[in-house]
Design a protein around this ligand. Structure first.
Ligand code: RP5
Length: 173
């Protein structure tokens, strides 16, 4: 286990998904990614790594991400949200970016900062906020499920339950 940053949460098995965020203030959004990974039983770690306040820690995390066994990195940040893009520059592990809502620009700044990557360094960018965090986790699950039949079966079951729930939706009288 790396000692470079404080852990917000770490599952027992060796993590295959890294959930990183620029500040503990991002947790209310990013906990939705963690909850989704937990529901699928995907081993993960969750840490604060600030691109601006902890640049050397960020570089170290990216340098060893693949050798540590990470298969996806979910990176959330708000405002001048450089963490996902910089992490994508530091590792070949796929980076899924989550724009965190910001105080003054409601996360539109975060979204544009994360999505407008230069050609050659991609960040798969998700919706602003809770749905984006949950979907980033689902995308990580789907990515890993391409080579994991048991996880694929869980994803199929999740989709089926979701479909059933939608079919059973009722409208107010
Ligand atoms: C970004 O700045 C973080 O991702 C966070 O969304 C934002 C504000 O951080 P704090 O001032 O709340 O620590 O780097």
């Amino acid at each position: 286990m790396s000692t470079q940053t404080s852990d917000l949460n770490t599952s027992c098995a060796a993590p295959v998904v890294g959930v990183i965020m620029g500040s503990s203030s991002d947790w209310d959004i990013m906990k939705n990614a963690v909850a989704m990974l937990e529901s699928f039983g995907v081993p993960f770690e969750a840490r604060v790594i600030s691109a601006h306040r902890m640049p050397q820690d960020m570089a170290e995390y990216g340098a060893v991400a693949r050798s540590r066994g990470l298969r996806a990195i979910i990176a959330g940040a708000g405002g001048a949200a450089h963490l996902p893009g910089m992490m994508a520059a530091l590792t070949e592990v796929p980076v899924f970016g989550v724009p965190v809502p910001s105080k003054y620009l409601r996360g539109e700044d975060s979204l544009l900062s994360i999505v407008q990557m230069p050609k050659g360094v991609p960040v798969a960018t998700f919706a602003i906020g809770e749905a984006g965090a949950a979907n980033a986790a689902l995308h990580a699950v789907a990515t890993i499920a391409t080579t994991d039949d048991a996880l694929h079966a869980k994803l199929v079951a999740f989709r089926a339950a979701q479909t059933e729930a939608a079919r059973n939706m009722t409208l107010p009288a």
